[in-house]
Each structure stands twice: as structure tokens, then as C-alpha cells.
Design a protein around this ligand. Structure first.
Ligand code: SF4
Length: 401
């Protein structure tokens, strides 16, 4: 499947970040701290921002959280972090925004889940109130439908309408339609209540890859609102990474999606920033954006004498990523660089020549030398037990030059 042109959507400004309308696909993430704990939340937003998250969402679920938001914004500004904060509201957002105008001011976007804005006859007035706050404070809104908290009134209506023909096989299709309709009808109501189209982003998250693809293909055909992509409850570790990447890659290849979040369940000992790194690597490996020089490394095999070259590849990648906050304003185009670290002479010279700078380490039975290639030309051969350190110095020199 060749890459399709990006779908032209209405552009939305979130703080100073452009979402949609041809702007680069935005990476976002969400904190998992208690928002009322100002110090921990500020610290995590800084970590996410430094890792490359261009928008950070925080839950605003209690009065304490709403009270904390202005101080979180204030401390971030004082520390020089302008990353826009998005408030995630469920159930009581209308009350919190009414009682804490400074919270509304400090946020750059409100996320509203149409399934969680009041039940029955309260639903519409509370949704309307949330939209009126967005209009009053001139904030964009993400209408974020989630399969796990779908507005049951839309689903019930569709089931009633299809009662005669519905059978168990058709139910998933009706659920998908209910998810799409919930987003589209909520967006239409938001516009009716005075919110401009340039203030609306939609998302329709669900945890099944094939259904997510189908839902976003459908909604993308039926509207031109900016779309936020994400597979909800993607899970832990490789399962979360693979399922999110599979779903989002297919959609982005078809030109769908203006901003993405990779929702990973954090594994013990894993940094929250991992989801940002995965989102960036997905966008970069697909050729949509460049964030940091990427290391090309072979998988290793019986020809490698030890895990020496894997460690070298890992160290170099970590070093390049760590340096990016300094380098990105200093060295133009550094994020598009490729560094090859290869385990032996079989594919080593070829891959190293194709990269900006590459090294082919000695495999079993090879002489203990490691040729280095820069821009396709062999420049030096490293020997001895300091190959890793010497190669890192060469990478730094290459970048500086
Ligand atoms: Fe094995 Fe060499 Fe290929 Fe790496 S480059 S996978 S060490 S044969």
C-alpha cells in the first residue's frame, strides 16, 4: 500500500501547536500522576516534554486537581517549558470549570468524553455548559469518544432503529456506527452551541486494532475535523507497542490522523516517557517526521562474538537521544541522520556505507578491527578495547562538522 496524501482537515491551534490542516502529525501523551500533587505532575510534564511530547494531558477529576492546574502552568512557565496542557474531564467537568476559572484559563484544551458528561436529561445541558466554557475562554476541545464509555443513548437509539434486522453478527457494526455517530453528533452540537469548527478535534478510541482502523476510515470520510488517533487500552510492553503501531501505521499510511498518542500501560521500572519515544519512532520510521538520529543495527547472530555490538548500538542511541534537546537548535538536520552499528563484515560495510556514519565490528574469525565509514567512505579503522568510546567520539565529531 503506497502512502496516501494527508487528508485535509480543519486546523486547530492548541496553545501554539498546530493540529491538522497539513501540520506535521503531533505527538502527545498523558501524565499518570495525581494532578493535585503539583511537584510530581510538573516533574512528569517536564520529562514528557523533554522526551518530545508536544501536548501533555492531565486528568482534572477533583477540586484539588482543578486548583492545582494554574500553579502547574505557572511552574512550567517559570522553568521555561511552554508545552500546552490539556485537561481531561469526565462527569464533573462542568462544575470544575465553573468553580475554577483559573483552571480553565491555564489549560490549552479541554477533552470531553460525550459518554461521561451526565446521564439522561442532564447530558445535553452539561455538555452545553462545557462547550460554553470553551467558547468563553477561547479554548479548543477534543471530543473524545471511547469504546469503554460510549454514550449509551446513541447505541440504544441505533439498536432500536435496527431492531428488526439486527442479529448478533451485526452488533459490532452497530457499535462502531454508534462510536462514530457519538463523535459527529457531539461535534455538530458543539458548533450549534457556538464553538467554531477550528476549535474541534475528534477521537474515537477502541481497543481492537481492526475495529479502530475501520472506525477512523469511516469518520475520516464523513467529516474534516482534525483527528486524534490512539488505540485505547493497548496494553503492556511489546503487545501495546505492536498493536498501537499496527493500527496507527495503517491509518497514517492512508493519510488519516493529525495527532497521535501511544497509550502504553507502564511496566514496573519503565519510564512514562516510553510512549513518547515509541510515537516518535513510529512517525520517523514511516518517514512522516524526524526527531532524533536513528541507529541502524543488525540483530546479531552466531557470527557475533559477544553482545558487545548490541551494547554499543544501545549506548549510541541513548546518547543521541539525550543530546537532541541541545543539538536540535544547534545542528540543522541532525535529526535525519542515520548511524549504523553492525555485528560483522557480512552486511556491516554495506549498511555502514549507506548511513551517515557507521561501524562494522569484527565477528568471529575476523581480524579484530572495526572499519568506520563516513558518508560512504572508509575513514579510519578502530582496534583494541576502546572501540566503543572511540566510535562515540567520531560520531560527535561527525555531527559537529
Ligand atoms: Fe550476523 Fe553479521 Fe548479519 Fe549482524 S551483519 S546479523 S553479525 S551476519
Amino acid at each position: 500500500m503506497s502512502i496516501s496524501p494527508r487528508k485535509q482537515t480543519q486546523q486547530v491551534l492548541v496553545g501554539d501547536v498546530k493540529v491538522g490542516g497539513g501540520a506535521p502529525i503531533v505527538v502527545q501523551s498523558m501524565t499518570n500522576t495525581d494532578t493535585a500533587d503539583i511537584a510530581s505532575t510538573v516533574q512528569q510534564i517536564i520529562e514528557l516534554s523533554m522526551a518530545g511530547s508536544e501536548l501533555v494531558r492531565v486528568t482534572v477529576n477533583t477540586e484539588e486537581a482543578a486548583k492545582a492546574v494554574p500553579e502547574i502552568r505557572n511552574q512550567l512557565d517559570q522553568k521555561g517549558f511552554s508545552v500546552p496542557i490539556v485537561g481531561d474531564f469526565h462527569f464533573n467537568g462542568h462544575k470544575l470549570l465553573e468553580k475554577y476559572p483559573a483552571c480553565a484559563e491555564a489549560l490549552s484544551k479541554f477533552r470531553i468524553n460525550p459518554g461521561n458528561v451526565g446521564r439522561g436529561k442532564n447530558r445535553d445541558p452539561q455538555f452545553q455548559q462545557m462547550i460554553e466554557f470553551a467558547c468563553r475562554y477561547d479554548k479548543p476541545v477534543r471530543i473524545g469518544v471511547n469504546g469503554g464509555s460510549l454514550d449509551q443513548s446513541v447505541l440504544t437509539r441505533l439498536l432500536d432503529e435496527n431492531r428488526k434486522k439486527a442479529n448478533p453478527q451485526e452488533l459490532p457494526a452497530i457499535t462502531r456506527e454508534a462510536i462514530v455517530l457519538s463523535a459527529l453528533e457531539s461535534a455538530a452540537k458543539a458548533q450549534e452551541y457556538g464553538l467554531g469548527k477550528d476549535k474541534i478535534i475528534l477521537s474515537c478510541k477502541i481497543s481492537n486494532v481492526q475495529e479502530l482502523i475501520s472506525i477512523y476510515q469511516d469518520i475520516s470520510e464523513r467529516c474534516d475535523y482534525a483527528l486524534h488517533l490512539g488505540l485505547t487500552e493497548a496494553g503492556m510492553g511489546s503487545k501495546g507497542i505492536v498493536s498501537s503501531s499496527a493500527a496507527l501505521a495503517v491509518l497514517m499510511q492512508q493519510g488519516i490522523g493529525d495527532t497521535i498518542r501511544i497509550s502504553l500501560t507502564p511496566e514496573p521500572g519503565t519510564a512514562r516517557t516510553k510512549e513518547v519515544v515509541v510515537a516518535q519512532e513510529l512517525l520517523q520510521t514511516m518517514g512522516f517526521r524526524s526527531f532524533t538520529p536513528l541507529v541502524i543495527a543488525c540483530p546479531g547472530c552466531g557470527r557475533t562474538t559477544s553482545d558487545y555490538f548490541q551494547r554499543l548500538a544501545q549506548d549510541i542511541q541513548a546518547y543521541l537521544r539525550d543530546q537532541m534537546p541541545i543539538w536540535k537548535n544547534k545542528y540543522h538536520g541532525v535529526e535525519e541522520m542515520e548511524v549504523a552499528v553492525m555485528g560483522c563484515v557480512v552486511n556491516g560495510p554495506g549498511e555502514s556505507k549507506n548511513a551517515n556514519i557507521g561501524i562494522s565490528l569484527p565477528g568471529t574469525g575476523e581480524s579484530p578491527v572495526a572499519p568506520v565509514y563516513e558518508d560512504g567512505v572508509k575513514t579510519v579503522t578502530l582496534k583494541g578495547d576502546k572501540i566503543a568510546e572511540e566510535f562515540q567520539v567520531l560520531v560527535e565529531k561527525y555531527i559537529e562538522s
